[in-house]
Design a protein around this ligand. Structure first.
Ligand code: NI
Length: 152
C-alpha cells in the first residue's frame, strides 16, 4: 500500500481510538480486570509509546519512544495521543515514498522487515490494544457498541 493509503487508514483507526481514550472515566484510570493485566492507564500509555517507538525506528532507526513518562490523567494521555499522532503524520509525510516501500528496518529482537510492514504493525498494535480498552470500558458499564469503533 502507498504511504498515503496507510496514513488514511491510520486516520480512520485513530478517530475511534481517540474517541475511546477520551471516554475513559478519570476515577477508573487505574482499573485493571486482573492483577496480571495492564491497568487502563498502563494500556493507554503503552500503545502511545509503541507508536512513537515504531515511527522513530522506521524514520531514523532509533527504536525509542518520544517519552517514557507515564501520563497520570486522562486529559494528559489524550494530549500525548494527539501530540504523538501529529509527530507521526509530520515524520511520515517527510519520509520518502521509496524508503517507505523498500527500506529494511530492524525492530528490536525481530528479523528485518520493510518499513511499510513495520508501519502496518504500528496500526495493528493500536487496533489490538484498542479492542482491549473497549472491553475494559464495556466491563465498567460504559454504553459502547460497534459504532463506537467503526463510525468515522
Ligand atoms: Ni502491546
Amino acid at each position: 500500500m502507498t504511504k498515503s493509503g496507510f496514513l488514511e487508514y491510520l486516520k480512520f483507526v485513530r478517530t475511534a481510538t481517540r474517541r475511546l481514550v477520551a471516554m475513559i472515566p478519570e476515577d477508573q484510570f487505574n482499573f485493571r480486570p486482573q492483577d496480571n493485566m495492564f491497568s487502563i492507564k498502563e494500556l493507554a500509555n503503552h500503545f502511545i509509546f509503541a507508536e512513537s517507538m515504531t515511527r522513530n525506528g522506521i524514520v531514523s532507526d532509533d527504536w525509542n519512544p518520544d517519552t517514557e513518562e507515564q501520563m497520570e490523567t486522562v486529559d494528559a494521555v489524550v494530549k500525548l495521543l494527539d501530540q504523538t499522532y501529529a509527530r507521526t503524520l509530520k515524520a511520515m509525510k517527510e519520509f520518502p515514498e521509496g524508503k517507505f516501500l523498500n527500506k529494511d528496518v530492524n525492530p528490536p529482537g525481530q528479523p528485518a522487515i520493510k518499513a511499510e510492514v513495520a508501519f502496518m504493525g504500528l496500526i495493528l498494535h493500536e487496533v489490538h490494544h484498542r479492542t482491549q480498552l473497549f472491553l475494559y470500558l464495556k466491563t465498567l458499564g460504559l454504553p459502547l457498541d460497534s459504532s463506537t469503533l467503526f463510525m468515522p
